[in-house]
Structures are given as structure tokens and as C-alpha cells.
Write a protein that binds this ligand. Sequence first.
Ligand code: 0WD
Length: 254
Amino acid sequence: MNLEGKTYVIMGVANKRSIAWGAAQALDKMGAKLVFTILNERFRKELDKLLVELEGDHDVVVECDVQDDAAIESAFKEIGEKVGKIDGVMHAIAFAPREDLIGEYVETSRQGFQTALDISAYSLTAIANQAKEIFNEGASIVTMTYLGGERAVPNYNVMGVAKAALDSSVQYLASDLGPKGFRVNAVSAGPIRTLSSSAVGEFKSILKVIAERAPLRRNVDQLEVGNAVAFLLSDLASGITGEVLHVDSGYHIL
Ligand code: 0WD
């Protein structure tokens, strides 16, 4: 797939294990120009180290804490000023307090619920609202979701509730932005060991179940997920919106 001439914003690279980094590698290989947003300065060094591994020259890195409306607005303004119009955004951001990702969902605190829903679900809506102002014709958004939003997965708890809200947002945003020619989709990834997933209780046993029971009898990796993200961001997916594409070795059909 050739994505030369396209510009995408990647939000959520924390380190080399991040799913967003898998997408960055896929999009870079296909010739796209990339812009990165990071939570704060702490992540800049890590990202700078990674960027030298890419073929293209992607030098625009913008700070954006998605809990802050002003930060989202100024990030997309800055991106518009630095690179002009963009062809899409990958949203790969989620957070829930560690204590809410073990034990029972019924014990979730109000604060934990609000934080998880704010960062992991509302942020997509706030981002879509700003990003659309600098979208090229045919641009699209892809977010990352998980099966735990469709059914109860042990320990995923409040993050599952956040993913259900995120999945629903994908549909409403697709409905709002569709008439303007913009698309909104999600990739539902199978479990992958990353900084965020390490906070989910008994994560290892989730990986084991997939390897034993999923139709492909193995887990997926960041690049497989990244390739699917690249497809949905590209014009090859021009007729697809409001969709959740599962990249999970087929586990969701069981
Ligand atoms: O098994 C997995 N790893 C799966 C992840 C399976 C299915 C879906 N996903 C989803 C996650 O829920 C998330 O939405 O994929 C997305 C990316 O997650 P990841 O690649 O597993 O996690 P990670 O590498 O930790 O990146 C998520 C990043 C944060 O990293 P940390 O670990 O510091 O929370 O989201 C960013 C941050 O870089 N982030 C924020 N960015 C801006 N503003 C914020 C914030 N307030 N909070 C977290």
C-alpha cells in the first residue's frame, strides 16, 4: 500500500511496545508523513530514540494531555500551522487507575470511573472535534478498542465500560462526520503486552487463553494491529465507517 502524500497524526506512543508504535512503523513503511502527540515532555526522549528507526523524516512532535481541552485545541492548531491539512488521526490512548483493574468491577470508585471514561472515551470526541478543522477531503479517525467493551472480561472492569462508551462514540462520530466525507472506525486488538496492559490484573493468563483457544491459536502483535489501522486510515477503506475491525486471531467469534 502506498501512502505517499498522506499525513497522519499518531496519539499514544509511550514506548516501543505501544500499539501506536506498531501503526507508526506500518504507516512509515507505506510512505506516509507522521506527526506524533505525546502526553508530556517525559515521553519526548523515548520517542526521539524511536523516531530514528523510521525511514521517513517525521520531526513534528506535539504535547497533548487529552484531559485538557485547551491542550487538544492548541495541539491541533499547532499541527495545522506546522504541516497544513491532515488525512487522519490514530487515537491509541487509555488510562484507568491500577486499583480499578483488579478484583471486581462493583468496587470501582467514582473518581476511577470518571478518569477512565474521560481519558479513554471522551478524549476521542474532543479530538475529533478539533481534528476535523484541519482534515483533508476523505480523512478518517481510527481508535483502539478491546473485547472487554462488548462483554465482561475478568479484571478489565472499568476499562471495559470505557471501551463500550468508546465503541458507541465511534458510531455517533461516524454519523456526525460522515456527511462531511470523514470516516471514524475502531480496531479491536487482541491482548498485547504493553505499559498499559501490564496494569490489567492477571494479564498473562489472558494471553495464554488466546494462544490456546483463538482460531489462529496464537496472539497478535503490534505490527499486525498497525497494518489494520493503516488500512482503515487509507483510501482503500473509503467505504468503511462506524466499524469495529477485530485483529485478535479470531477470538471474538467464540
Ligand atoms: O492488549 C493491549 N495492549 C490492548 C490495548 C488491547 C486492545 C486495545 N488496546 C488499546 C488501549 O486500551 C489503548 O486505547 O490500545 C490503546 C493503546 O494502548 P497500548 O499500546 O497497550 O498502551 P501504551 O503503550 O501504554 O500507550 C497508551 C498511552 C499512555 O501510555 P501510559 O502507559 O503512560 O498510560 O496513552 C497515553 C500515554 O502515552 N496517555 C495519554 N495521552 C494523552 N493524554 C493520556 C493523557 N491524559 N493518558 C495516557
